[in-house]
Design a protein. Structure first.
Length: 176
């Protein structure tokens, strides 16, 4: 990843752009006690999104944030992909370096007991043999408990395939 100085902070930070292709691989909803209802994977795979994400690493290069194409920023860690920190699809000891970023939100109404939740996380790795290529997934889980009316949980898993861009800011690239 590249390194540049943050605006007047005196702290070194790395800012990179990741050009990604996103393809939903799973989208399922569980409502009440009903069976899980999932969209046909072939239907999901028919559409892909090309986007640019911004990856920023802290001075120690362990802290990382990813700002997705829709402006959502998720914070987390970068670490060696050696099974010492995490073992999950996308970071299962393939070598190279992993990124795991997450945002969790929940709220509850003290009068009704209604609880809603939302979790987004990205997990993936840059392989040893191609440190510019990112392979992973973008996962979203959201729902509410039965005190909100009907319990519901929706989970979406999106495959991510990306390449580090030469220039992190598209406007600078266009100006050249």
């Amino acid at each position: 990843m590249t390194t540049s100085a943050a605006c007047g902070s005196g702290t070194e930070v790395g800012i990179d752009a990741l050009d990604v292709t996103l393809v939903k691989t799973s989208e399922c909803t569980l409502t009440g006690q009903a069976t899980r209802n999932c969209t046909d994977p072939a239907v999901l795979a028919a559409t892909s999104v090309a986007a640019r994400w911004i990856i920023q690493t802290g001075g120690d290069e362990d802290a990382v944030t990813i700002t997705s194409h829709d402006g959502t920023t998720l914070a987390g860690l970068a670490f060696p992909n050696d099974l010492r920190t995490l073992e999950t699809p996308g970071c299962a000891g393939e070598g190279g370096s992993c990124i795991f970023v997450r945002r969790r939100l929940s709220s509850s109404d003290v009068n009704t007991g209604c609880v809603t939740f939302d979790e987004l996380f990205i997990v993936g790795h840059f392989p040893d043999d191609d440190e510019r290529h990112f392979i992973g997934s973008f996962n979203a889980v959201a729902g509410a408990n039965e005190a909100c009316g009907t319990a519901i949980t929706t989970e979406t898993i999106t495959a991510v395939d990306g390449v580090l861009a030469e220039q992190p800011v598209l406007a600078l690239q266009e100006a050249q």
